[in-house]
Write a protein that binds this ligand. Structure first.
Ligand code: TYM
Length: 336
């Protein structure tokens, strides 16, 4: 059972990334190892250049993200931890996968519609073909499982279609991967606007809790979280109560408990203030050790580069034979 997932390089990883994805990565590296296989986690710098970027900042952001992931518990000895641009098979396979991807399918991608609408200058071809590179990321490893948050569901469905279309036309060369969405926290919402997902590009930074926010800031953001005006206040997960439901989800995920346990723990609460305080405490307890480890890890860029170099070598040992099979199947390159 092989796992692959990717994350964009930004230093401002938030609670949605942490709960929806990073917690799953940490759990997955052990599960894959127990099954005699491996989990591959990738900082996707090439995907970060699909919207305007500053070259000088790109490397810094990659280091920031790498340090967050390592601080969260990724162990480069137990998983394969890479920077996307180091393993050239990703981009080579993306070109081949483009040949079996329908233009119309790319046109239906929600993320392309949202991101292209926000671009004031150039809407690049890379933004449009973003999901093709994402498909190649996973398919180059013949990974079985892709742990992501709910917002990546459509992209993973597309990569499954692409793999199936390739196999139908050229033989069973690729593995069709499965989507893996966490039971608790697949869609963490903005604290100020709980009907929108938490994201780096939210209108108000008050609604987004960053992994590297200090404890006081986290407390303040939860204290100001939007709930509802039910009287008496009702601490329950309910579609008509998005703010309260989101806090219960965050509380459950941060404690590693179920929704029901999180709700039950607040049976004696006097109001939403208690829910907010309990959630802030649980989030700080989860993130405090990550923040501490981050500082030391981020300070040593040479060590981060060495981790990426070792990861890329392990990665190529998997991807090069897959690419050789793909080239054979489609009739490009030497006869072999
Ligand atoms: P990215 O960098 O935007 O997000 C990283 C992960 O965080 C999850 N996530 C959330 N989960 C719960 N609630 C939220 N509010 C929330 N916001 C973000 C995302 O679902 C994601 O799992 N396209 C991908 C990166 C990628 C990739 C891949 C993923 C590139 N190649 C191959 C899997 C496999 C992205 O932009 O994620």
């Amino acid at each position: 059972m092989r796992i692959f997932s990717g994350i964009q390089p930004t230093g401002r990883k938030h609670l949605g990334n942490y709960i929806g994805a990073i917690l799953q990565y940490v759990e997955g590296q052990q599960r894959a190892a127990d099954a005699g296989d491996v989990a591959i986690y990738c900082v996707v710098d090439l995907h970060a250049m699909t919207v305007p970027w500053q070259p000088a900042e790109m490397r810094e952001r990659v280091y920031d993200t790498a340090a967050i992931l390592l601080a969260a518990g990724l162990d480069p000895e137990r998983c394969v931890f890479i920077r996307q641009s180091d393993v050239h098979e990703h981009t080579e396979l993306a070109w081949y996968m483009g040949a079996v991807t329908a233009h119309g399918d790319l046109n239906r991608m929600h993320q392309f519609k949202e991101k292209s609408a926000k671009q004031r200058d150039l809407v690049s071809a890379d933004l449009f073909t973003y999901p093709v590179l994402m498909a190649a990321d996973v398919l180059a490893y013949r990974a079985h499982e892709v742990p992501v948050g709910d917002d990546q569901r459509q992209h993973v469905e597309l990569m499954r279609d692409v793999a199936q279309r390739f196999n139908e036309r050229f033989g069973e060369v690729l593995v069709v991967p499965e989507l893996r969405i966490p039971e608790v926290g697949a869609r963490i919402m903005d604290l100020q606007n709980p009907t929108s997902k938490m994201s780096t590009t939210a209108d108000s930074p008050e609604g987004t809790v960053f992994v590297l926010d200090d404890a006081k800031t986290v407390e303040k953001k939860f204290k100001r979280a939007v709930t509802d005006s039910d009287d008496p206040p009702r601490i329950a997960r309910d579609p008509s109560k998005p703010g309260v439901s989101n806090l219960i989800d965050i509380l459950a995920a941060a404690r590693g408990s179920s929704f029901a346990e999180a709700e039950a723990s607040l049976a004696d609460a006097r109001g939403y203030g208690d829910l907010k305080a309990a959630t802030a405490d649980a989030v700080n307890a989860m993130l405090e050790p990550v923040r501490e480890r981050y500082t030391a890890l981020r300070a040593d860029e040479d060590a981060l580069e060495a981790i990426f170099a070792a990861g890329a070598e392990k990665a190529r040992a998997i991807t090069q034979p897959v690419l050789a099979d793909v080239r054979q199947a489609i009739g490009v390159g030497s006869r072999g």
